[in-house]
Design a protein around this ligand. Sequence first.
Ligand code: APR
Length: 319
Amino acid sequence: MTAKISIIGAGMTGSTTAHWLAEREIADLVLVDIVEGMPQGKALDLMQALPVIGKDVEVIGSNDYAATQGSDIIIITAGVARKPGMSREDLLTTNANIVRTAVENTVKISPQAIYLILTNPLDTMATLAMRVSGLPPERVVGQAGVLDSARMRTFVAMETGVSVENIACYVMGGHGDEMVPLTRHSNVAGVSLRDFLPADRLAAIVERTRKGGAEVINLLKTGSAYYAPAVAVAQMAEAILRDKHLIVPASAYMRGEYGLQDMYFGVPVQLGRGGIEKILEYSLDADEQAELKASAAKVRESIQVMQRLVKIESPGPDR
Ligand code: APR
């Protein structure tokens, strides 16, 4: 049976996600948006591209959540995108209500689905989605780490002139300016970045990675990044549907890992058909631990704000 992936929010990120997914030919796709005609138009346009690349995928656009029934994966990109000068937290109230609506309207008709969340502020929205859905935490995952790590890989490739294929980077922590690029674990063909690059160049790459989203927003002026976020979530969806047991950094529910509880946070996870199969605990030095703690404090603050603004019935999985 053909798998089904529904994408809620057919804006820049949602429709680009559909594009990357259609190329992978792993599932039929549904695009849902509140703007009338837009998801239908994008779906038709995308379907008309597929004969050229020889991919047999059905793409449907709708303004009705009913079209998502029986989805294996639900990707949520619905929300307001950041504008220049706007922090991810500024988006909180608006996006919390949008994510809540999207989850409530889809979970009843796709009880087996695994949720991949992209809407910002990411870790907070993933926490909200898990609580609202009532699903086990391993079936709700936030996309951020693949993107942040890809940004870091790009900057290392630019700096060194080495193929991106040789560059492995790992970014942990919340999806904000306090994220933690792990320079010791990240490497060029197995050589730690700390040995491969002078300290000042490495520090500049860490800084640029942390501000990677804002750099694109400031250039675009009217929206935020979408190619890289979209391909990052496409990779996660493929890892799940193909049961690849792929390890990627992603936002996962913490139950004591890294000393954190009851919040979503960016950590290395193993993805398979059931969603998150495992959370990996890396050994971190004192500096890395301190950075992670600072990042976690920011995420926790945002979750507390969200909890004040949005009433959630579910007490969470551990209460
Ligand atoms: N249901 C469905 N779609 C919705 C809803 C809703 N309740 N509310 C808003 N949308 C749609 C909008 O109509 C729009 O088409 O979500 C889409 C968002 O698309 P864009 O504005 O193009 O934003 P995009 O760049 O895709 O970013 C979306 O992803 O990366 C994050 O920070 C980003 O939170 C933002 C989200």
